[in-house]
Design a protein. Structure first.
Lengths: 114, 113
């Protein structure tokens, strides 16, 4: 069954701690994305990657970092520099970046502060 | 800046009736639009998309209408069912190949039994 898997579903962070959210896709998609969703707001783009070993900052990249060492994996690290990390984080992928195609989403990770 | 938004934050519809959810956008260069459905605690689920060279596109029980003159699109859901209860939001893409989808804030659709 092809899809996007995010883990864990719930994550708690202590003050000063870095945490990493996992995103894996078996759709053979080139492009992957990380979004943050807050109540009453639209999805905001954190980082995206069009191809392996390349990634670009989105609109709210400060306090976050990513890597794209494998096509199927795009982990997001929420660093201690992110002062308001409590949110619902969504990972998405898209087949490629040269045609109009929808992004497909995982079921998210909810991050909270202890 | 560019914006994509929805007209109403909430909408209640009787089961079996048709639902219409609206979305407005500001960038006339937007050429691709997507509707997503998001259930509580889950990620957005793709429903239907439409390109700017089309005015209408139909799927199973859903129809998307695009009016480029007034920069408006709508999602029509026929014969709504309890499982249609969710938040619906539109997303727009400007320029061919541009990475940045702009998302609206969503309309919460509640189906009344």
């Amino acid at each position: 069954d092809g899809g996007i898997t995010q883990s864990p579903k719930y994550l708690f962070r202590k003050e000063g701690q870095n945490v990493t959210l996992s995103c894996e896709q078996n759709l053979n998609h080139d492009a992957m994305y990380w979004y943050r969703q807050d109540p009453g707001q639209g999805l905001r783009l954190i980082y995206y990657s069009q191809i392996v070993n390349d990634f670009q900052k989105g609109d709210i990249a400060e306090g976050y970092s990513v890597s794209r060492e494998k096509k199927e994996s795009f982990p997001l690290t929420v660093t201690s520099a992110q002062k308001n990390p409590t949110a619902f984080y969504l990972c998405a992928s898209r087949q490629d970046t040269v045609s109009n195609q929808p992004q497909h989403f995982g079921d998210g990770t909810r991050l909270s502060i202890l | 800046g560019e914006s994509v938004g929805l007209h109403l934050p909430t909408l209640s519809v009787q089961e079996g009736d048709n639902s219409i959810i609206n979305c407005a956008y500001s960038n006339s260069a937007s050429d691709y639009f997507i509707w997503y459905k998001q259930e509580s605690g889950k990620g957005p689920q793709f429903i239907i998309d439409i390109r700017s060279n089309m005015d209408k596109r139909q799927g199973q029980r859903v129809t998307v209408l695009l009016n480029k003159t007034v920069k408006h699109l709508s999602l029509q859901i026929a014969a709504t069912q309890p499982g249609d209860s969710a938040v619906y939001f539109c997303a727009g893409l400007s320029n061919f190949g541009n990475e940045k989808l702009t998302f609206g804030t969503g309309t919460r659709l509640t189906i009344i039994p």
